[in-house]
Design a protein around this ligand. Sequence first.
Ligand code: GDP
Ligand code: IMO
Ligand code: MG
Length: 423
Amino acid sequence: MAVDLLLGLQWGDEGKGKIVDVLTKDYDIIARFQGGPNAGHTLEFDGIKHVLHTIPSGIFHKNAINVVGNGVVIDPVIFKKELDNLKKFDIDIKSKLLISRKAHLILPTHRLLDAASEASKGKAKIGSTLKGIGPTYMDKTGRNGMRIGDLELDDWKDKYRALANKHEAMIDFYDVDIQYDLKDLESDFCEAVEELKKLTFIDSEEYLYQAQKKGKKILAEGAQGSLLDIDFGTYPFVTSSNTTAAGACTGLGVAPNQIGDVKGIFKAYTTRVGSGPFPTELFDEDGETMGRVGNEFGATTGRPRRCGWLDLVALKYAVQINGVTVLMMMKGDVLSGFKKIKVCTAYNYKGETISHLPYNIEVENVTPIYTEMEGWKQDLTKMTSADELPKNLNAYIDFLETALEVPIKIVSVGPDRTQTIHR
Ligand code: GDP
Ligand code: IMO
Ligand code: MG
């Protein structure tokens, strides 16, 4: 049985949490493959809104097992808070949530290093969520990291101490003003580790292999978005993992020839939180309206998200890099009421018209070229079937499908689980 993927195609926050929750009824296993608590995946049902950071978005369904894969980085303190928030729901965490022994741990000093690194960059900062993601993946690739499996060893505290001491020296090296009380942070960390150790640790690549052999249906849940990919995103304003399809292979141990559908998810417009180039960004009333109507505030940091029109050049690139087979368009409801809808179909790049994503998309190099379409007025949020969708929205969808050469199978018209139209 092939493993399907669900990935964000923009700069994150496309609505992955909502869609994974919607799709979980059709899967036996939901497996997160990269990122960490920099992610904020929102789901809404029965009038409750829930934000998950590390725990896969299938956790509210009785039918599914949720796996945190080896490619994920885990902060025990944040993980414990997520678990605490789930206590009021009747979920058997011990059997429904399994954690890869090979997943790396975010230490308190990783978070401090993130802060020190950002402070040292001044205006050139990445706009990191400051969850320690970059330093943790650096220790992973530098072969210094601590993994979940280490917590099963008697000497894990010695390993911890050696790494934390090294980090403290590195923080000093940055020579920036970072105030912290490591004793307090360490006591929270150790308490959270004890909670974490009560959960089920597995060799997730073996578990997923056997599940596949038994014909179990697996959905791999991505975090962030393709334009934040460490290799293919808008480097250096990216995260520190491969958010694209290949990341699911390395982040779960699934072989490339075992990948089935690649479900790509995008907003009907574009948002970005943090620093970095964003060619279609709006600084006018239209951008302000998108932010207000779309409630565009980061689910992890609460920062306002930058907003702009859909960038088809960037979206095509993401479809191509990921081999997307099915598309899902989110937040079409937010565009209701715009007289005209604009889509960026090419860039003017240093005086030349191009339709691919160049190496450098800073505003001084790139001016978006727009195609304008008629807007729609109807409120979409109560609509339940594709027949009800307004003519002009259908024209917008057709235009995108033709350009991207991939069908748009889901149109999301609101944050709730039920506000999902299948086409
Ligand atoms: P993720 O990181 O990809 O899971 O996305 P986030 O949860 O960070 O951000 C998406 C936001 O949009 C959340 O607040 C969702 O509740 C909300 N949302 C998802 N789909 C829709 C939709 O179709 N319409 C509207 N208005 N909101 C949506
Ligand atoms: P989800 O999974 C949106 C952004 C940060 C920053 C850059 C690097 O909810 O879509 P990091 O903390 O990784 O060092 O930050 O990446 N970023 C996200 N933006 N959604 C996310 O996750 C993000 N995770 C990281 O804002 O610009
Ligand atoms: Mg998010």
